[in-house]
Design a protein around this ligand. Structure first.
Ligand SMILES: *[C@@H]1O[C@H](CO)[C@@H](O)[C@H](O)[C@H]1NC(C)=O
Ligand SMILES: *[C@@H]1O[C@H](CO)[C@@H](O)[C@H](O)[C@H]1NC(C)=O
Ligand SMILES: *[C@@H]1O[C@H](CO)[C@@H](O)[C@H](O)[C@H]1NC(C)=O
Length: 273
């Protein structure tokens, strides 16, 4: 018969093993396993706009004047088959996953010069996830992970009627927050309605609840966890509005989140025994 002490000791060991496994997994996710420097990307976490095309960027240094063959394979974590494969100077789509049929391409005329980027067309919600670009070339081989996020976003359009100002943005997903500010960054009251279309994408309609003055600038911020748009609308003349919209993608935070989880779990482990 095992004593209570032995059982507790045994469970602690198991727990520590589980925790260590989890930490290693998190570290692997946080630092992107396998980017050995041969492959590069300008965007590790691109955001695809639902229904539109997105490029997953992946590039390598080719060998000068090399006639050797380049093979490029794009895979997605959690699905069978490939997203796209290119070898012997031609697409090889025998084991392409059906989800990606007819929606993926490489930029074939620039593959030999080091561009292995994937063009993914008509982005769908289920395309979100971790992709792996693997290249084997005379100059080296390697793979790199790229996380695609999927959202919907569009710049708002403004309408001015007398002293009332309204804004309308056609496509947002996930559902955004909407806020108005004056030129000094002070919050202004607004009223916002969301219309959810059949695809689950929101149309946003927002009214500024205070009189809008000629020559003043009003700021409308539409944001969800992935995207933030800041639109500055300046009322010009009797009825004009001139607008400038900036988009910011906020995809660094999910990675930071997993990084900050690591110390939290580590300290939990240290506290347990
Ligand atoms: C690869 O080529 C495509 C198409 O010309 C381009 O959009 C993309 O920016 C290129 N990527 C790099 C890293 O040059
Ligand atoms: C917004 O509206 C509320 C209620 O109508 C009012 O109490 C508040 O002062 C308003 N805020 C601003 C910044 O005008
Ligand atoms: C939006 O509409 C879709 C499909 O009509 C529905 O599945 C979804 O639950 C709706 N979402 C919200 C937040 O109302």
């Amino acid at each position: 018969m095992a004593s209570i002490g032995q059982i507790i000791f045994g469970s602690m060991i198991v727990l520590i093993f589980l925790m260590s496994g989890l930490i290693i997994l998190l570290l692997a996710i946080a630092f992107g396993a396998g980017g050995q420097g041969f492959l590069r990307t300008t965007t590790r976490s691109p955001v695809g706009n639902l229904g539109q095309d997105v490029v997953l960027d992946c590039s390598f240094s080719p060998k000068q004047n090399s006639k050797g063959d380049v093979s490029v394979t794009w895979e997605k974590v959690g699905i069978t088959g490939v997203v796209y494969r290119y070898q012997n100077q031609a697409p090889d789509l025998v084991d392409q996953n059906a989800e990606f049929k007819g929606r993926t391409q490489l930029f074939r005329n620039v593959v030999a010069s080091g561009n292995a980027s994937l063009l993914l067309q008509r982005v769908r919600e289920q395309d979100q996830g971790m992709y792996q670009c693997s290249v084997s070339a005379p100059s080296g081989r390697g793979s790199i992970n790229i996380h695609l996020w999927v959202a919907a976003f569009s710049a708002p359009e403004f309408k001015r009627t007398g002293s009332s100002l309204t804004a309308e943005a056609q496509r947002w997903f996930p559902k955004p927050n909407v806020a108005w500010e004056d030129h000094a960054g002070h919050a202004l009251n607004g009223s916002t309605k969301f219309f959810n279309n059949s695809a689950g994408i929101f149309r946003v309609e927002s009214n500024l609840l205070e009189p809008a003055n000629r020559d003043d600038t009003y700021t409308l911020v539409i944001s969800n966890p992935l995207i933030r748009t800041v639109s500055m609308a300046t009322l010009t003349g009797e009825s004009g509005v001139s607008v400038k919209t900036d988009f910011t993608f906020n995809t660094a935070s999910p990675r930071l989140l997993s990084l900050s989880l690591v110390p939290a779990l580590l300290s939990l482990c240290l506290l347990l025994p």
